[in-house]
Design a protein around this ligand. Structure first.
Ligand code: AMP
Ligand code: MN
Ligand code: MN
Length: 320
């Protein structure tokens, strides 16, 4: 696909990504937004997302993101880094009213149900940003676009270390470096940097983490009261699951934070064996084999117990 070809007859285009936008969601949507702004100056482009985290403030165009849907029938509406239509709330109406819809994504087929008119879905790609880049003309990518693509790639590969990282991923990242981006700063500031309170709550979550299933699993949780005490929101708890995952001997890490009465946002990561996307799907969520999530009803213990049973089932199936 060549994205400029796909939209050549359009006068107005809308773009969105998934709820609670992460680095890849922001990198891919803003990457496309900036690419279209530069290469189709005549085009009217709107980007819709929830409020992004402050660590992404260096991305060009971030202040132009809209948070409420306009009542516009877009010529083309493009959804990135999102496998199902229910994850673009509250911007579904823009999608439904559009004359043509495109999805550019990397979620596996059981989760990406080809909901758009045109679907470019590459489950083997590290990130939606990587898939998006293949739709660009290389010489039309400027530094601002390169910063977005690079950001998306480093976030979904955990800075080039998850198994979704391929030689192609590295090749694209290298090309982005050649555009003169400040890659060290991008990695430090958007991925690793923690505020003082983020470090405090990370420390607390690690201190209270619990190993179970012979040390193969670990979980920790943060309550609404704790979040209020430290003055943080869910967006600022991103690094905790990563640190849990690194625990020696652990195959699956689970992190939960309370979002309502008996309601939790649950993140799961695995190292080599357990398919956490399968577990998330059973709770109505999704993601990738090694990184998945869902929002679940119940207490921390009831959710963790259920996940534990599903992990056990996968181990039993593997041994047969
Ligand atoms: P997270 O643990 O929130 O960082 O999410 C890990 C991966 O799972 C990302 O690719 C998310 O897009 C995906 N994911 C998280 N929550 C959900 C959900 N409720 N539905 C579908 N996919 C999800
Ligand atoms: Mn994402
Ligand atoms: Mn992604």
């Amino acid at each position: 696909m060549n994205i400029l070809e796909e939209i050549k007859d359009a006068a107005c285009v809308g773009i969105t990504g998934h709820v609670r936008p992460d680095g890849d969601c922001l990198g891919s949507t803003l990457g496309l937004y900036n690419y279209l702004k530069v290469n189709r100056p005549d085009l009217s482009v709107d980007l819709y997302l929830e409020q992004p985290g402050a660590e992404f403030s260096y991305l060009t165009g971030i202040d132009e993101i809209l948070h409420t849907p306009k009542n516009v029938a877009y010529d083309v509406f493009i959804v990135l880094d999102c496998g199902s239509i229910d994850r673009i709330e509250p911007f579904t109406q823009c999608f439904e009213q559009a004359k043509k819809t495109i999805c550019i994504d990397h979620h596996i087929s059981s989760q990406n149900n080809d909901f758009a008119d045109i679907n470019l879905v590459k489950p083997e790609a590290s990130s939606a940003s990587e898939v998006l880049y293949t739709t660009f003309d290389e010489d039309k990518v400027n530094k601002a676009v390169a910063e977005c693509i690079y950001t998306g790639i480093i976030h979904d590969t955990g800075v080039f270390k998850y198994s979704c990282t391929s030689a192609k991923t590295m090749e694209i990242a290298g090309k982005m470096m050649e555009k003169g981006i400040a890659y060290s700063d991008i990695i430090d500031n958007s991925f690793y940097k923690k505020t003082y309170v983020q470090n405090q709550i990370l420390g607390r979550a690690l201190l209270e983490s619990v190993l179970f299933y012979d040390g193969k699993c670990i979980f920790s949780n943060v309550t609404r009261d704790e979040m209020a005490f430290y003055g943080v929101t869910g967006k600022e708890l991103g690094g905790i699951i990563e640190q849990l995952r690194l625990t020696d001997g652990v195959e699956v890490a689970i992190f939960l934070y309370e979002t309502g009465d008996h309601e939790h946002k649950v993140s799961m990561r695995s190292k080599k064996q357990i398919d956490v996307a399968k577990i998330a799907a059973e709770f109505g969520g999704g993601g990738h084999v090694r990184a998945a999530g869902f929002t679940g009803k119940g207490t921390v213990y009831s959710i963790v117990n259920k996940i534990g049973e599903m992990i056990e089932r996968q181990y039993v199936d593997m041994s047969q």
